[in-house]
Ligand binder design. Structure first.
Ligand SMILES: Nc1ncnc2c1ncn2[C@@H]1O[C@H](COP(=O)(O)OP(=O)(O)OP(=O)(O)O)[C@@H](O)[C@H]1O
Ligand SMILES: [Mg+2]
Length: 334
């Protein structure tokens, strides 16, 4: 039989993190989507957590690269090298069938690039699944039932909003307003207010520690001491950052996500809208963990909002669960 003896895998190839789900085992790898390379030889020096530690700290000869941007492949060779490393780490030399996610609404070319990269990395065959659909499966939503569900997956590169019913996406939106935008809004705010340059990692730390989707609720959060480089003196400097200011800095991104949710709701049939009111909206992806986000979305849409259990794992679980349908996909691709 095809593939006997090797386990098939599902991959959540994300802008921020890559996860691998192995049939019968569950999630076997969680690593940042980062590759450190020698700038002269192009040789891969490290991949994943070790490479992420290097971001912003590399000498001229090494570059830490995030090969995925806005949910799609920005650097093809580096993405393939990264996938190869993660696949070798989890399945060794076997050539598994792979189910891999792409954001909703990507082009055929972008889809093809993901499939090719998986093949180059060692997949015997590769199929794609839309990220919000995988997220909904991973969050335990009844995607196959004749009832409408809504999922909002807030990752590093994209926020994918979708309503799902009877095994398919009914309406969806994908916007680049997600985790990375929260970080860059925080960096520009710090730059403007304190004339201080901070790294990507520091901006992310600020978001995770004191970031709040609600300006009002941010008043209850303590300020945070951070360090960066003073743009005027050129010297290191530390300042206290206020949570209310951070909440204001990221408001635009929060509001854009809410607009995407409202637009997706407006496009659905009254029946599905009614189902969503009954069952609520489910948030997945790392961005779902932003403080007070579920409350703010709920207030704006007048619909109950829940955070999925283990939001960072939902897409990977969904790709893994979909491996069961690989026979059907094989036939469809013949
Ligand atoms: N506690 C937290 N609060 C706010 N944001 C968080 C938190 N924990 C993680 N994040 C953010 O979640 C994002 C990563 O989420 P996730 O792993 O779901 O993204 P991804 O799947 O790699 O990206 P994409 O789906 O867009 O390609 C990062 O931007 C990270 O900073
Ligand atoms: Mg994702």
């Amino acid at each position: 039989m095809f593939g006997l003896g090797s386990k098939n895998i599902g991959i959540d190839l994300g802008t921020a993190n890559t996860l691998v789900y192995m049939e019968g085992k569950g999630i076997v790898l969680r690593e940042p989507s980062v590759v450190a390379k020698n700038t002269q030889t192009g040789e891969v020096i490290s991949v994943g957590s070790e490479a992420k530690e290097m971001i912003g700290r590399t000498p001229g000869t090494i570059r830490a690269i995030r090969p995925m941007k806005d949910g799609v492949i920005a650097d093809y060779d580096t993405t393939a090298a990264m996938l190869k490393y993660f696949m070798e780490k989890t399945v060794g030399n076997s050539k598994p069938a792979v189910m891999i996610c792409v954001p909703s609404g990507v082009t055929e070319v972008e889809k093809r690039a993901v499939i090719d990269a998986a093949r180059v990395a060692g997949a015997r065959e590769a199929y794609v699944i839309e990220e919000p659909f995988a997220a909904a499966i991973g969050a335990g939503l009844p995607v196959m039932d004749p009832t409408g569900s809504m999922v909002v997956d807030i990752g590093g590169g994209t926020t994918d909003v979708a309503t799902i019913s009877l095994g398919g996406i009914v309406s969806s939106r994908s916007t680049r307003q997600a985790g990375d935008k929260f970080n860059s809004s925080i960096s520009s705010y710090i730059h403007q207010k304190f004339n201080l340059l901070i790294g990507e990692r520091t901006a992310e730390d600020i978001k995770i520690q004191i970031g709040s989707a609600s300006v009002e609720k941010a008043k209850e959060i303590e300020s945070m001491n951070i360090r960066g480089r003073d743009l005027i003196t050129g010297l290191p400097k530390s300042v206290d950052v206020n949570a209310v200011d951070v909440a204001e800095a990221i408001q635009e991104v929060v509001q854009d996500i809410i607009v995407a949710i409202k637009e997706t709701l407006e496009e659905t049939s009254p029946e599905i809208a009614a189902d969503v009111i009954d069952h609520g909206i489910v948030l997945t992806g790392g961005g779902a963990l932003l403080k007070n986000l579920s409350e703010v979305i709920s207030e704006a849409t007048k619909v109950p909002v829940f955070i999925a259990q283990d939001p960072l794992d939902c897409v990977a679980i969904g790709t893994g669960e979909s491996l069961k349908n690989i026979e059907v996909m094989r036939r469809a691709h013949k």
